[in-house]
Design a protein. Structure first.
Length: 52
């Protein structure tokens, strides 16, 4: 995860990512939110969509 997601995000935004443990219920809640929104904004913050 670090090399594929956290490091590129930090390089792009300057924001360091701190990994924390999440239970199965919390993970499913995130998946449901992202699915409902139709975007990754719920996981990675603004700027994850390639909009111009």
């Amino acid at each position: 995860m670090k090399g594929n997601f956290y490091d590129p995000f930090t390089k792009l935004t300057g924001v360091k990512v701190k990994s924390v443990a999440a239970g199965q219920g919390e993970q499913w809640t995130k998946v449901k939110a992202v699915t409902k929104l139709g975007t990754l904004i719920g996981l990675a913050g603004e700027g994850t969509r390639n909009e111009k």
